[in-house]
Design a protein around this ligand. Structure first.
Ligand SMILES: C[S@@+](CC[C@H](N)C(=O)[O-])C[C@H]1O[C@@H](n2cnc3c(N)ncnc32)[C@H](O)[C@@H]1O
Length: 263
């Protein structure tokens, strides 16, 4: 075996061993990410220590794998979850070239990036209340010609979009306030509360998204949100009360639930 490859494998095995000893379940895979991302051995050692201390892997290497793509994720920005692929697939199925699509509560902009990859030529807009998320989403969306705005839900969007959105995908925070402290440590400590806490029943932002949809969607346009399985019926009811025709979608493999509403 060539010396360089042999050395790489020893390095990888050493990192994996350190991570495994610290309790990382996917030590080999994480070691590969870290070795690949580190520019030099000193940085690698620092990154391994960060991981051992509990920082999310994605925040250390600066990107997450989402829908088969790498999405930049800065420290303090919500890490896209695999289950959100359901929201992406349903949004993409409703879009075609030229569709105006908004990724509301965009975080890193992962949903918008993934939809644009599936449906080239969409007109992509995104918004978030958190300045760190907006900066991160700008980096991810700029190469796709997407525009990112900062502000509170619809209040962030340019007035020109009012009544003109065809697909609005909003992965809003939906964890009930009382359950945030029960979330895994990585989320509790390293993702901002504003990205997680959905109010007493978890549906505060779903309620607001549904209530505003009529003003922002084209007639026949769609709004999609992700929820917990146990929140789906209440969320669908909120959609109905706002004049949307709701459908509950789920994917058992992803452990995902989404509500799709047609205006
Ligand atoms: C669950 S994260 C989803 C991020 C991203 N869409 C994803 O799936 O990876 C929710 C995001 O909503 C943003 N957010 C929370 N409240 C908001 C509000 N009132 N207006 C706009 N964005 C909000 C948070 O900053 C966070 O980035």
């Amino acid at each position: 075996m060539p010396e360089a490859i042999d050395g790489d494998m020893n390095l990888m095995a050493g990192v994996a061993g350190r991570l495994r000893a610290a309790g990382c379940v996917f030590a080999e895979e994480e070691a590969r990410w870290l070795v690949e991302a580190a520019p030099d051995p000193d940085r690698l050692a620092g990154m391994v220590e960060q991981r051992v201390a509990g920082l999310p892997l994605e925040h250390i290497v600066g990107w997450a794998q989402f829908c088969g793509r790498r999405v930049a994720v800065d420290p303090g920005v919500f890490i896209p979850r695999r289950r959100t692929e359901l929201l992406v697939r349903r949004a993409a199925a409703l879009a075609c070239t030229g569709t105006s699509i908004v990724d509301l509560c965009c975080g890193s902009g992962a949903v918008g990036v993934a939809v644009a990859a599936l449906v080239p030529g969409v007109r992509l807009y995104a918004a978030d209340v958190d300045p760190a998320a907006v900066r991160c989403a700008e980096r991810n969306l700029a190469p796709l010609g997407g525009r990112v705005y900062r502000g509170d839900l619809y209040g962030a969007l340019p007035a020109a979009l009012r009544g003109g959105i065809q697909v609005l995908a909003a992965n809003v925070p939906y964890v009930p306030s009382g359950a945030v402290d029960l979330m895994p440590r990585e989320a509790r400590l390293h993702e901002p509360r504003v990205a997680l806490d959905g109010g007493p029943d978890g549906l505060d932002q779903v309620r607001r998204v549904a209530a505003g949809a009529g003003e922002w969607l084209v007639p026949g346009g769609h709004v999609l949100v992700e929820t917990g399985e146990d929140q789906a019926a209440a969320a669908a009811e909120l959609f109905g009360a706002a004049g949307l025709s709701p459908t509950v979608e789920s994917d058992e493999d992803l452990g995902a639930t989404a509500i799709v509403g047609r205006m």
